[in-house]
Design a binder for this molecule. Structure first.
Ligand code: NAP
Length: 263
């Protein structure tokens, strides 16, 4: 913990509270658009830098890793951050764990914008697995036509199952050497409509879909389309969210952001 002397402590008390928003998701983006209109609050968005052309934020944005828990702790001190909202993707476990540890060490309030995972509906033909390796194994030996929508970073794992043909969809292209040998690449960013997803799966004669259970409405249409077409779906289960404080919606996040700073 830092100690402060009289003048510095008074200056610190009078300044606008500072919020760090850990982002990289549609929720973080929607929240940043609301926070941009908040007077008396300084908010900074942090992105990992995975996407070369991220959507432009209305808030000041820093890009790149902090350097582990220690780097994040230092950043929070040096930038006089008062509270943190973790609005990262449910599968971004490392940064969420780092935020928990760094905030706990400094006594800073932390809240998580957690999405509800998708739930299996009647008609869904889900095969639930715990990780990417499980998804590769669940494809089986028989060659299949796979719609792979699991995020660029997880694509190389599917090189271990080269007997399948893959329709790979990601926001940014994987490196050519990361792709399975038989594949077609589509670059696209959600949201997607159920009609478009259905058309795509039909046109490409997909017989199995692979996805993370990312939750939220933005990319749910592929699940509905697979259900309508009775296509099997391999679903990677989300990690459990470990947090005291969950923000259920944007209003709750704004209330948390606006809360008075503890001197
Ligand atoms: P991760 O495994 O939890 O994080 C790996 C490292 O990347 C972290 O240790 C941290 O580096 C850095 N990092 C991650 N998010 C950051 C952020 N918002 N600001 C600054 N540094 C960050 O995360 P990931 O799965 O690689 O995801 C990276 C980013 O992409 C996340 O921000 C997430 O919201 C977004 N995203 C992820 C997925 C997914 O499926 N995983 C999907 C959509 C969007 P240091 O340790 O050096 O600080």
């Amino acid at each position: 913990m830092m100690t402060m002397h009289g003048d510095e402590s008074a200056r610190n008390r009078d300044r606008a509270p500072r919020l760090l928003l850990l982002g990289g998701t549609s929720e973080a983006r929607a929240l940043s658009e609301r926070l941009a209109f908040e007077a008396g609050l300084e908010a900074i968005v942090s992105l990992a830098g995975r996407t070369r052309a991220p959507l432009v934020s209305p808030l000041p944005t820093r890009v790149g890793g902090f350097g582990g828990v220690e780097g994040l702790r230092r950043y929070l001190i040096e930038n006089r951050i008062d509270r943190v909202i973790d609005a990262t993707h449910p599968f971004a476990e490392r940064i969420s764990a780092n935020a928990r540890e760094a905030c706990a060490a400094l006594g800073l309030p932390l809240a998580v914008m957690a999405r509800e995972p998708w739930r299996r509906q009647e008609g869904d033909r889900w095969i639930e697995v715990v990780n990417t390796a499980g998804a590769v194994a669940a494809l089986g030996e028989r060659p299949r036509r796979v719609f792979l929508t699991i995020g660029r970073v997880s694509v190389p794992a599917f090189r271990a199952a080269p007997q399948h043909h893959y329709l790979v969809r990601s926001i940014e292209p994987p490196e050519p050497e990361e792709l399975p040998p038989s594949c077609e690449l589509i670059l696209a960013r959600g949201p997607f409509s159920c009609d478009d997803e259905t058309r795509l799966m039909r046109e490409k004669r997909i017989d199995i879909l692979v996805t993370k259970n990312s939750g939220g409405p933005l990319t749910y249409a592929k699940i509905e389309a697979a259900r309508n077409l009775a296509i099997e779906t391999i679903v990677v289960a989300p990690p459990s969210v470990q947090t005291e404080r969950r923000l259920e919606n944007l209003d709750a996040a704004l209330d948390f952001a606006r809360a008075k700073r503890t001197p």
